[in-house]
Write a protein that binds this ligand. Sequence first.
Ligand code: COA
Length: 147
Amino acid sequence: MKDTKVLDLNSSYSYLMWCDIFSETSIVAEKNGETLGFISGYKNPNNSNKLFIWQVAVDASARGNGLATKMLRQLLKRETCKDIHYVEATVSPSNRPSQSLFKGLAKKLDTDCHISDCYVTEDFPDQEEEHEDELLFTIGPITTENK
Ligand SMILES: CC(C)(COP(=O)(O)OP(=O)(O)OC[C@H]1O[C@@H](n2cnc3c(N)ncnc32)[C@H](O)[C@@H]1OP(=O)(O)O)[C@@H](O)C(=O)NCCC(=O)NCCS
């Protein structure tokens, strides 16, 4: 996470807790014992057909080869995601790779990618370290056949 230099860093405790409690909707990609990719996600408690993707990271050495897309699709194929018909994520306007990832996912799933306002800079309490706006990407509806 730290190496990406664009993702918010959370505490080690929160990542440990995440891997214990949300392992069914999260995924790690490894090669020769080295971690190359990670996605943390959860089913929206207010809408159980939505999978919210919190953080996606692929090691710089492995980017551009479809790994993030593959991890997202693996998650969608899991039994726990059988009732998921939408993927949601928030993305900063400047994060082109992430925007391409979610737009590309929509294309591959033969569905739409709807982009709407979500959080704005002023919503973030730490005004000393300005946080970019976050746009909400909603991908779907996703059919079972296209997963
Ligand atoms: C965003 C990120 C996870 C993408 O991982 P990746 O494994 O390289 O993504 P993929 O190879 O699956 O690419 C998916 C799509 O994005 C496009 N893409 C990937 N990197 C890109 C870049 N730097 N610029 C433009 N498009 C890019 C790919 O061409 C592909 O498009 P396609 O579907 O039309 O073929 C990776 O760049 C990363 O870890 N970035 C730092 C952390 C971050 O920003 N995370 C997202 C916010 S939570």
